[in-house]
Design a protein around this ligand. Structure first.
Ligand code: ADP
Length: 240
């Protein structure tokens, strides 16, 4: 199965992305060099070709990411969540400034025993969704905090307690009947002209969380915002 996935990844990276790059490149060349010679309709067609190629490339990159999370080995270490969240916010500084979004982090978030790049990917996807799925007239307000939770029955997983990380937004919210469906591959509740995306972000989140022995879920109602939670084994004192 791993070999098959490797072939799949290789094919996506080379056989599928290469022709797309050439489509984008030639469309760009037409827009740059020939702009004055193209009529408005031709220019519009070329722009659409370039946009479609870009969209498909984003889709392929997300598929590669899903495939990586599905098969990569995930050696666990002690992951300091404050560091991870600070880095995510720093990388989005420009967008946060432009949208005037507020991100409130209730430090200290604590530490989990998990695979660092996957935790980063998961929290980035949840924060990005919080920033994205906001009504046009609203300023995004995200809150991140954590709390210890008791696991079913005994309060511990393999002797470790569990840390629940919350990412809450004041966005458009999600109808209860879709709370499970949105974690599926390519599942989207909105057309891409309303909110861009591939429908793979939450599938990557779920796969990553489950591969690290955790769980993910949400509480949300339409127009009332959403809060996603991620449960992961808390880092023990010695590994913090
Ligand atoms: P994408 O963001 O690429 O559309 P996701 O897999 O991240 O894909 O999310 C799937 C769908 O779930 C989204 O298209 C959206 O309809 C819904 N969704 C995800 N996060 C939120 C959120 N924070 N608020 C409202 N809707 C959300």
């Amino acid at each position: 199965m791993n070999r098959e996935l490797e072939t799949f990844n290789y094919s996506i990276s080379h056989d599928l992305r290469a022709p797309l790059r050439s489509m984008s490149g030639f469309a760009q060349a037409l827009m740059d060099g020939q702009a004055s010679k193209l009529g408005p309709q031709e220019a519009d067609y070329v722009r659409r070709i370039a946009n479609s190629a870009r969209r498909m490339d984003t889709l392929l990159q997300d598929l590669l990411e899903y495939s990586r999370v599905a098969r990569a080995s995930m050696p666990p270490t002690s992951v300091n969540l404050d560091g991870v969240v600070t880095e995510i916010i720093t990388l989005r500084e420009r967008e946060i400034e432009q949208t005037k979004a507020q991100i409130e982090v209730k430090s200290p978030l604590g530490a989990v025993t998990a695979h660092m790049p996957t935790v980063q990917q998961i929290l980035a996807n949840l924060i990005d969704n919080g920033l994205k799925f906001t009504a046009k007239e609203k300023t995004p307000h995200i809150r991140v905090w954590s709390e210890p939770v008791a696991a079913e029955g005994q309060g511990t997983v393999n002797g470790n307690s569990i840390l629940r990380v919350w990412v809450e937004d004041n966005g458009i919210g999600i109808e209860k009947e879709f709370h499970e469906k949105i974690f599926g591959l390519f599942e989207r509740l909105h057309p891409s002209h309303a909110f861009p995306g591939t429908g793979l972000g939450l599938a990557i989140v779920r796969k990553g969380v489950e591969r690290m022995g955790g769980k993910v879920g949400l509480e949300s109602r339409p127009n009332q915002g959403s809060r996603f939670w991620v449960d992961l084994p808390a880092a023990t004192e010695q590994t913090k």
